[in-house]
Design a binder for this molecule. Sequence first.
Ligand code: TXA
Ligand code: MG
Length: 311
Amino acid sequence: MSAEVRRAAEILRAGGLVAFPTETVYGLGADASSAKAVARLYAVKRRPADHPVIVHFASADDAFTWAREVPDAAKLLARQFWPGPLTLILKRSAKAQDFVTGAQDNVGLRVPSHPVAHELLTLFKGGVAAPSANRFGLVSPTTAAHVRADLGADVDLVLEGGPSEVGIESTIVDLSGGGPVLLRPGRIRKADLEKALGMKMQEKAKASPRHSGGLERHYAPQTPARLVPTYDLDKEIARLKEKVAVLAFSRPDERVDYWLRMPRDPDAYAQKLYGALRELDTAGCEEILVEAPPEAPEWAAVRDRLQRACR
Ligand code: TXA
Ligand code: MG
């Protein structure tokens, strides 16, 4: 693997694009200090230029050089959750230029734990701007095969790292203003963050224009998907006329053409979610029915992604 990772670091240094595995989802990486490399990243992603990207580092010390203020809360969360599936939004230093921050005064920083990501970031040394390695608005990739299917020849190298262990994007906490604000739920839960911080956290209202995860239709399959409460699932299936796919907790129903059964544990569910949506999306169905997950707090991240994937 190491020779491949060395090649990847060289490609980044030359201004190229490298897709790499992280524990959350695969990222599409570019040198975060190169305007040209980041411009190409946005073009391939088909992402609007005013959307900021997360910058990835090998260590918290490296990451914090991109912030001009590192509040105690950031140090605390970094100590407890980095490397890992957490992104911190901090006031930017001069290293974080307009083309990675969407011209905002803050920057998103993350230290991933995946060994291949860590090796790449260690070899590269600088910050690597990396959104999820899918086209804008679609479901994030959790395998190298997903990346190749989405981006094909538009990326210079795809590093293989197995299926992403978390399966959904990092938890994002904004520490750039007054108190901590949860911008995007993820594997690291609100309660764990509050416990680490010793204080309550605000939650960002839905549909913020400043981060693309906040756009309503995001993380979405191309087949229309609809959330159905458990008690309505049978009724919905009974009156179906078209070919549909179902994502549910229960056993397959023979009236349905394509059925994927999902785990009852929220972390296991998240790990399988995007692969499952991709699979159902290629089943040639008119609609995807998704059994709504429980209301409990540990399901917040899965509920968030499903609400965005569904109409
Ligand atoms: O798990 C992850 O975070 C993955 C892996 C590759 O690290 N990355 C990821 O990136 O999900 P992306 O670009 O697909 O989503 C990042 C979210 C976007 O909604 C982006 O707008 C927001 O983070 N974001 C980045 N920098 C920000 C900032 N300075 N202020 C507010 N939101 C920011
Ligand atoms: Mg994304």
